[in-house]
Design a protein around this ligand. Structure first.
Ligand code: FAD
Length: 468
């Protein structure tokens, strides 16, 4: 059949991967169409992920800080929580950003087509719009950025008191007792928000530690500060059944820390991971291979097995993070334009925006051990940081890992307030292949938390004058 729209580059999905790919394609002069099933651009990250969670986490962290000011001689009355107001603030943040994206698409003449896209063949995509209207887009090249969605637990009842992260972000009410299933970053961020608002939280995690992927020394500091937030943290335990009753969601557990009786919760957040949307776009009709789990494999130029079709973001694999999607997007668009671009990152940072924050980049100590890489390690404790002490938050530390063979920094981790903002310097140092002296001899502003990175490098050199 005939196409309704023709373009050089079709981008499927308008999350951080998709809109970045579309904008870069358009900036490079290619006629670009962006297909998105939802009314707003921005995907998971802007609408139901990174951004709304950070709006709520910021509010929670200010509330906690105000509470802590008691130790500084300043007391406030107990907070009055207006949930409508808080939701309104969060929704306003989302609107500002998604509205901004719509304007940026328009300015670049990226044509946004709203509807569910599925491939018809290697050069055509059908878009099913609201009310059943169909449009066919013919493309020379395509970039798949259809993202991921929350994994469901089949035995959880269909009930408004059982939610995924999207439901938790709606913040319908402040439950008395909440169960967070899955002790990863998303679950723990939401636990932080709800517990600050007054909810008593239990966490259940199948593995033997929370926040998998981060080195245990970092997580230990977070655990110590956060212990009061939790009723029980059930490690090496899983949920095996749940039933909706009038009184709440009754959950059964199995494993090392399983309570003998089923427990009753007002809200259950299932945060056990995200699965890619690869199987929902009729990729096979375009000849694009999708793995059993729904991922699409790509090479370093983000090409799928079909050379003129690229894939980026959550759908191509871990880590499922917005900044990874954006960088892959730029590579895909540039390669589609005929440039010799490659995705060849030395590091992709991870951040838990909890309180304190936990951030890490490059190789972790655990990875180095597993890969047999001999490392030198340097730690600067924030108990020796003037700024951290002045902030009343000196529980954190900054760690750098140097490859013994090359003398270059290959990893780093920070736990403490603002760790997520601070880790960027470590990211740059890893990409630049910095040696300890490069970091240690760089003059950092005093008194800042960022100094701790320079000081960790000085510790490694054996001449830190800020430690005993
Ligand atoms: P997505 O953002 O998933 O976008 C895919 C888009 O494609 C969606 O808009 C979807 O509607 C659309 N789509 C899918 N199929 C079709 C179809 N057939 N037709 C039309 N449209 C389609 N990452 C971070 O880096 N930092 C964070 O702080 C962070 N916090 C998070 C918090 C939460 C609660 C969650 C859930 C995730 C968080 N993430 C965070 C992860 C981040 O959101 C994702 O890594 C990122 O959104 C992936 O971008 P993407 O472009 O690959 O896909």
């Amino acid at each position: 059949g005939k196409a309704d729209i023709e373009c050089e580059v079709l981008v499927l999905g308008a999350g951080p991967g998709g809109y970045s790919a579309a904008f870069r394609s358009a900036d490079l002069g290619m006629k670009t169409v962006l297909v998105e099933r939802y009314a707003t651009l921005g995907g998971v990250c802007l609408n139901v992920g990174c951004i709304p969670s950070k709006a709520l986490l910021h509010t929670a962290s200010v509330m906690d800080e105000v509470k802590n000011l008691g130790h500084h001689g300043i007391k406030f009355a107990a907070p009055e929580i207006d949930l409508d107001g808080l939701r309104g603030f969060k929704d306003g943040v989302i609107k500002k950003l998604t509205g901004g994206l719509a304007g940026m698409a328009k300015a670049r003449k990226v044509e946004v087509v709203t509807g569910v896209g599925s491939f018809l063949d290697p050069y055509h995509l059908e878009v099913l719009g609201e009310g059943g209207a169909k449009k066919v887009v013919k493309f020379a090249k395509a970039i798949i950025a259809a993202g991921s969605q929350a994994v469901k637990l089949p035995f959880m009842p269909v009930d408004e008191r059982v939610v995924d992260s999207t439901g938790a972000l709606l913040l319908k009410s402040i439950p008395k007792r909440m169960l967070v299933v899955g002790g990863g970053i998303i679950g723990l961020e939401m636990a932080t928000v709800y517990s600050t608002l007054g909810t008593r939280i239990d966490v259940v995690e199948m593995l033997d530690g929370l926040m998998q992927g981060a080195d245990r020394d970092l997580v230990k500091v977070w655990e110590k500060v956060n212990a009061p937030r939790f009723g029980s943290v059930m490690l090496k335990t899983k949920t095996v059944g749940a039933k909706a009753t009038k009184a709440g969601i009754e959950v059964k557990f199995e494993g090392e820390k399983a309570p003998s009786e089923p427990q009753l919760y007002d809200l259950v957040l299932v945060a056990v991971g995200r699965s890619p949307n690869g199987k929902k776009i009729a990729a096979d009709k375009a000849g694009v291979a999708v793995t059993d789990r729904g991922f699409i494999n790509v090479d370093k130029q983000m090409r799928t097995n079909v050379p003129h079709i690229f894939a980026i973001g959550d759908i191509v694999g871990q880590p499922m993070l917005a900044h990874k999607a954006v960088h892959e997007a730029h590579v895909a668009a540039e390669v589609a334009h005929g440039e010799a671009a490659y995705f060849d990152a030395r590091q992709i940072p991870s951040v838990a925006y909890t309180d304190p924050e936990v951030a890490w980049a490059g190789k972790t100590e655990e990875q180095c051990k597993a890969e047999g890489i001999k490392i030198g390690k340097a730690v600067f404790p924030w108990a020796a940081s003037g700024r951290a002490i002045a902030n009343g938050r000196d529980e954190g530390f900054t760690k750098l890992l140097f490859d013994e063979a090359t003398h270059r920094v290959i990893g780093g981790g920070i736990v403490g307030t603002h760790a997520g903002d601070l880790i960027s310097e470590v990211c740059l140092a890893i990409e630049m292949g910095c040696e300890p002296a490069d970091i240690g001899k760089t003059i950092h502003p005093h008194p800042t938390l960022g100094e701790s990175i320079g000081m960790a490098a000085e510790v490694f050199e054996g001449h830190c004058t800020d430690l005993p």
